[in-house]
Design a protein around this ligand. Structure first.
Ligand code: ZN
Length: 592
């Protein structure tokens, strides 16, 4: 958020505060211009339980409530109750979200999420509840905007309001906590024709940004005209004109710059990229194609309406998903390359909407935020990869990777948790790259289904390793574990799951050595050594006959990665020595 926005927020805050606006919000900014300031978590990660527990009394809200009050220690305080937020059905299971109450007042960010299969078995529980034993506060003064917030271990009665895109907790004049809530970034239908980029003009012309292949301030050019594709799609006809709307997706103007959405008296929406109607048609087309894809996989998370403004943010290079309106909204900015000219931006933002529908209100906490950004990047990349393989490891090929911003990738070799930074967007590459590696082995529809199923089980403040366990569980719910090994292998490669010596995938682990503070993660292609004490280490690789392969390698960085595509498949011994002559070794099985 810019200082300007903060200032204007402060001046409008009191007025709006009196209005007592209240809604559960979580908006996700899309991708760029993100401030590199770390998201400040309100609370520490939730407590995760992955034991399978058979439910007595059936798979329903009452039975789950009775079970939780017995199972979770924080609910033994008789002043506490739990209240159902929602119950969602997915192809693989049933998902219950509760919130803790104390003397009848909701405890802020106390979501308790329970995921069951379609039978009577709980697969996971995420517990954000608070220990209320020593709470001495009175809730007599509470009204409909009141929540109980915890600051420095002290529980206090606060007011929760939403002003613009910000959720604020206050006590008297004091702001206790605030956060951004945006995730940035049936009528009769008739067949119409329109021109679009598919997925973007650089991918179809097989060029990278530069030379003549530049935005040039949204002007038209021959090369851009050459990349237009004519497509047909359904639009709404109201007896006088066609509009870009159906039961699910509506192109509207609700944010500056105020540009009326394209309509047409005939069944053609033909625009070039310099005309405002182009972004309307491009966004409408890609959103509808993607909506049908999600629906066809058996998920209902795209069966909800959404409104879209393709010329928004007053000229800023920014896009966003905003869940606080009914229906929710997508905003696409027109700074830099117009965001709605690139299918990757369009589908990324729609990903936030899908995630929101699967587990509403759960996009809280920095790692959980990264998981949402990663979903957007993954769905964008897997959508465009189905259209073209050109630079398919890049996300935002036209909108980013250029003079305006760097874009992102889905083939990062970053490892969790070592490579976590303060940016939720950069951290997202760990998860999106793992998803894309699995996608490349098991195929698009299988991977898309797994990640949508996984999002139903998400809760506030979960970690990336929680998500990894849920992804493995999603495969057990949907496919009886058919893809366990490809999933496990790529999650292990990125440090998202621990090594299990007895894994059924033929992945070999380390022999415990004498060097402490050393961790090894390996797969069939590479290994990474985490050197927690950061001393100077020497590494040698031997083949099965004891012959040393290549020179000795010295390293002192925290994480050292090794891979060699020219090394033949086989068993190798890796030996690591410290300056005081302690050594540790492990067996590395290279598969190709
Ligand atoms: Zn985003």
């Amino acid at each position: 958020m810019s200082c300007h926005l903060l200032e204007s927020f402060r001046s409008t805050f009191r007025t709006l505060f009196i209005l007592g606006l209240c809604a559960l919000v979580n908006v996700a900014w899309s991708q760029k211009n993100e401030s590199e300031v770390a998201v400040k978590d309100y609370k520490s990660p939730c407590v995760s339980h992955f034991e399978k527990i058979s439910l007595e009394g059936g798979n329903n809200t009452t039975a789950i409530t009775v079970f939780l009050k017995r199972y979770l220690p924080h609910l033994s305080d008789t002043r506490c109750e739990i209240k159902l937020n929602y119950r969602n059905l997915s192809p693989g299971g049933i998902h219950y979200s509760f919130v803790q109450t104390f003397l009848g007042v909701e405890v802020y960010q106390s979501e308790i999420k329970v995921n069951t299969d379609r039978d009577h078995t709980i697969h996971s529980i995420f517990d954000n509840s608070f220990d209320t034993e020593n709470w001495r506060l009175s809730t007599k003064e509470a009204d409909r905007n009141s929540v109980i917030a915890v600051q420095d271990k002290e529980a206090m009665l606060c007011q929760r309001v939403v002003v613009g895109h910000t959720e604020i907790l206050t006590k008297g004049d004091q702001v206790i906590y605030q956060r951004e809530v945006n995730s940035y970034f049936s009528p009769p239908d008739s067949l119409v024709w329109g021109k679009i980029f598919n997925p973007d003009p650089l991918t179809t012309s097989q060029q990278v940004y530069g030379g003549i292949y530049v935005d040039h301030n949204d002007t038209n050019a021959t090369w851009l005209d050459n990349e237009l594709q004519t497509v047909s799609f359904m639009a709404y006809f109201d007896s006088s004109k066609f509009t870009l709307a159906n039961s699910y997706i509506r192109i509207l103007d609700f944010d500056a710059p105020n540009i009326a959405p394209a309509t047409s008296a005939v069944n053609q929406f033909f625009f070039n990229r310099s005309e405002s109607g182009f972004e309307d048609v491009n966004a409408f087309y890609h959103l509808n194609i993607y909506r049908q894809h999600v629906h066809s996989l058996g998920f209902d998370i795209a069966d909800h309406p959404i409104d879209v403004d393709t010329h928004a943010f007053g000229g800023a290079d920014q896009s966003a998903f905003e869940p606080t309106h009914t229906p929710p909204r997508l905003y696409f900015g027109v700074g830099g390359v117009d965001d709605a000219e690139d299918a990757d931006v369009i589908i990324h933002e729609y990903g936030h909407f899908l995630s929101y529908n699967a587990s509403p209100g759960s996009n809280l906490g920095s790692q959980r935020n990264s998981l949402d950004e990663a979903l957007g990047d993954y769905v964008a990349a897997s959508y465009s990869k189905a259209i073209s393989l050109y630079k398919s490891d890049w996300v935002f090929n036209w909108d980013g990777h250029n003079e305006y911003w760097a874009g992102r990738v889905v083939n990062s070799s970053k490892v969790y948790p070592t490579d976590l930074s303060s940016s939720i967007y950069k951290n997202a590459e760990i998860w999106s790259s793992a998803l894309m590696a699995i996608h490349d082995e098991i195929g698009r529809n299988a991977m898309d289904s797994l990640i949508f199923q996984t999002h139903f089980s998400y809760a506030a403040n979960i970690s990336m390793s929680d998500a990894a366990t849920l992804l493995i569980d999603a495969d057990s719910l949907l496919n009886h574990g058919a893809y366990y090994c490809p999933i496990y292998k790529h999650l292990l490669e990125r440090g998202l799951v621990p090594f299990y010596a007895g894994n059924p995938c033929g992945i070999n682990g380390i022999n415990e050595g004498t060097l402490e503070d050393l961790k090894v993660i390996q797969d069939g292609h590479s290994f990474a050594v985490t050197n927690l004490s950061a001393t100077d280490l020497k590494l040698k690789i031997f083949n099965i006959t004891g012959q040393q392969i290549g020179p000795e390698i010295e390293f002192s960085q925290t994480v050292f990665r090794y891979s060699d595509v020219n090394l033949p498949a086989g068993i190798y011994l890796v030996s690591i020595g410290s300056p005081n002559n302690k050594t540790s070794s492990f067996k590395w099985v290279k598969v190709k």
